[in-house]
Design a protein around this ligand. Sequence first.
Ligand SMILES: Nc1ncnc2c1ncn2[C@@H]1O[C@H](COP(=O)(O)OP(=O)(O)O)[C@@H](O)[C@H]1O
Ligand SMILES: Cc1ncsc1CCOP(=O)(O)O
Ligand SMILES: [Mg+2]
Length: 276
Amino acid sequence: MSDHTEFSIAAAAKALDDMRAARPLVQNITNYVAMTISANVLLAVGASPAMVHAVDEVEDFVAISSALVINIGTLSAPWVEGMRRAATQAVALGKPWVLDPVGCGATKFRTDLAVELSRLKPAIIRGNASEIMSLAGAAGAGGKGVDSTAASDAAIEAGKALSLATGAVVAITGETDYVTDGAIVVAIEGGDMLMPLSTALGCALSATVGAFAAVRPPLEAAVYALAVYAAAGAEASTHVAGPGHLPAELCDALYAVDAAMLERRAAISVLETEAA
Ligand SMILES: Nc1ncnc2c1ncn2[C@@H]1O[C@H](COP(=O)(O)OP(=O)(O)O)[C@@H](O)[C@H]1O
Ligand SMILES: Cc1ncsc1CCOP(=O)(O)O
Ligand SMILES: [Mg+2]
């Protein structure tokens, strides 16, 4: 895309079609809480998931994958070494990788690792507002464990700074989602207030971003993955009485999402352009 102000729902639908046609193998080093829902979300939307974290095989697995997702939700020392090796291998092989800095800001161990990984050239970093502000080193940042205590718009400037510092596209999620490459800021509307009440839906979104990164450059991948998820989340929420059945309904909506659902349930707008 030559003009990034051309982001559109139609282009999101085309990216979704292309992703489904490719059915990319997405390697996930993710947390125990998120593994099953992330795999189910990837299968439902049309990708092929594999949860692979053993230090002895991560590099070989990156070599056969189309994208890698690293999520620091439930850490331990051997996993950390697997994350380092996998990220390094992805960059060496020219494959996109996505960082989800779960709980960044909660402990020094977690924050230090998120900072270290953010320097290993992720294509995209996706987190909630508190995580992005902590990772950017913003003053006063810090959520409640893995949950955000800030609204997503409060993290836009931190997201831009993080993008410029790391070279990654940064996606900040919440009631409105924002994606930035340090200059352009795109807003995505959709989803539902029940989504943060069901665990690991953010993690599964990061996995979905990985699937789109296999078929689009990072900025487009992040915008279109978030738009697809926003549409499906909004659709799914109309079928539930509370958060309990949301993961299953979300998977059904991701399986069904098409151009019409995207038009009905999601919106994309460019808030800031390069020239601004
Ligand atoms: N209040 C809200 N209204 C609509 N969608 C939301 C809301 N809060 C979160 N979401 C959606 O839930 C998904 C997960 O985002 P978020 O809760 O920010 O991540 P995390 O689970 O990592 O904290 C995203 O698709 C986001 O747009
Ligand atoms: C509850 C929890 N604890 C460690 S990881 C995790 C899952 C967090 O998932 P999400 O960031 O998508 O809400
Ligand atoms: Mg999260």
